[in-house]
Every structure is written in structure tokens, then in C-alpha cells.
Design a protein around this ligand. Structure first.
Ligand SMILES: Cc1cc2nc3c(=O)[nH]c(=O)nc-3n(C[C@H](O)[C@H](O)[C@H](O)COP(=O)(O)OP(=O)(O)OC[C@H]3O[C@@H](n4cnc5c(N)ncnc54)[C@H](O)[C@@H]3O)c2cc1C
Length: 147
């Protein structure tokens, strides 16, 4: 069975993984993201979540159980460092290599390019920037996630 690897666990990557299953792909699916959290919705991150109008669970596109139930291997906090097209494999930042039959790049676009200048000083990861801010602004510090 073929192995489909998706690099970038944002909205596009998470949607693609779910769609592949829905369309009948029976092989392995691996979704790889360099952010530490489950795939989440970005638009409400800087609005509702930061203002305590949304919970972390609501921010996530799907619960962790969804990926397990669908047989989607979700690797978070892992960056793809290299794509070796000749041998059809990718190398993660820790040196691990994974073979693939199908590959999709859903890595978004350069971060911060669409953000106002004041936001560009934030960490490369929006999640890493927002989460500690939300903690400091009154959220329960026992909330999960973190960087
Ligand atoms: C704070 C904020 C608010 C926004 N508000 C709105 C809004 O109100 N309305 C609207 O229309 N749009 C909004 N956007 C834009 C919208 O969220 C994006 O268009 C959307 O997130 C794009 O989804 P994507 O999956 O293509 O890319 P992304 O969400 O950027 O996801 C790509 C993922 O790939 C990961 N990645 C990149 N390179 C690698 C690698 N080498 N290895 C592993 N992982 C990698 C990235 O870390 C990221 O998690 C907002 C964006 C932000 C940041």
C-alpha cells in the first residue's frame, strides 16, 4: 500500500489528510508539522483564543482521536529538513528518514509576511508566540500545549 506524506500540518495539510481517507486512500498517511500542537485554526488564534473567547480544544481543527481513528500518523514538533526526490524519501530535523510514494507540500507561505510589522517580532511559530501570551493574560496555566 502506498504511503502518502504531507509536509505542513496547518489547515491545508490537515484537510488533505482527512480528504485522502474520505476519498478511499487505504495506505499510510503521515502528516508532519513543525509546530508543537495539533493542527489548529489560525484566524481565531489572534482574536478569540487570545481574548479567552475560545478554548484550546475549540481552536484545534480535530481532536487527537480523529487522527488515530483515521489511521493518520501525526508528527508534531518535527521539521522536514530535506526532500530527496530521487530516492523518494524525506529527512526530518533529527536525521530520521521516511520513504514516500505520494508527497504534498502544505507548508503555507513565509510566516510574518502577511502580519503587521509589530507582529513580525514574534517567534517564527505563531503558536509559540500566542500560547504564552494567553497564559499571561489570565488563562489557566495548567492548560495543555506549550513550547
Ligand atoms: C494570526 C493569524 C490570523 C489570521 N487570520 C485570518 C483571517 O481572519 N482570515 C483569513 O482568511 N486568513 C487568516 N489568516 C491566514 C490563514 O490562517 C492562512 O491563510 C492559513 O493558515 C493557511 O493555511 P495553510 O495550511 O496553507 O498554511 P499554514 O497555516 O501556514 O500551515 C503550514 C504549516 O506548515 C508548517 N511547516 C512549514 N515548513 C515546514 C517544514 N519544513 N516541516 C514541517 N512543517 C512545516 C508550518 O509551521 C505551519 O504549521 C491568519 C493567519 C494568522 C497567522
Amino acid at each position: 500500500m502506498s504511503h502518502f506524506v504531507i509536509i505542513g500540518a496547518g489547515q491545508a495539510g490537515a484537510a488533505l489528510a482527512a480528504k485522502l481517507r474520505a476519498l478511499g486512500h487505504e495506505g499510510a498517511i503521515t502528516l508532519i508539522g513543525d509546530e508543537p500542537s495539533l493542527p489548529y485554526q489560525r484566524p481565531p488564534l489572534s482574536k478569540k483564543y487570545l481574548m479567552n473567547e475560545m478554548t484550546l480544544e475549540q481552536l484545534h481543527l480535530r481532536p487527537a482521536r480523529f487522527y488515530e481513528d483515521q489511521g493518520i500518523t501525526l508528527l508534531t514538533g518535527r521539521r522536514v529538513a530535506e526532500i530527496r526526490r530521487e530516492s523518494r524519501e524525506i529527512r526530518l530535523d533529527d536525521g530520521t528518514t521516511l520513504g514516500y510514494d505520494g508527497l504534498a507540500l502544505t507548508t503555507g507561505r513565509a510566516r510574518a509576511a502577511c502580519l503587521p510589522r509589530w507582529a513580525a517580532i514574534w517567534s517564527a511559530s505563531m503558536w509559540c508566540a500566542i500560547w504564552p501570551m494567553s497564559r499571561g493574560w489570565g488563562r489557566n496555566s495548567s492548560r495543555g500545549g506549550g513550547c
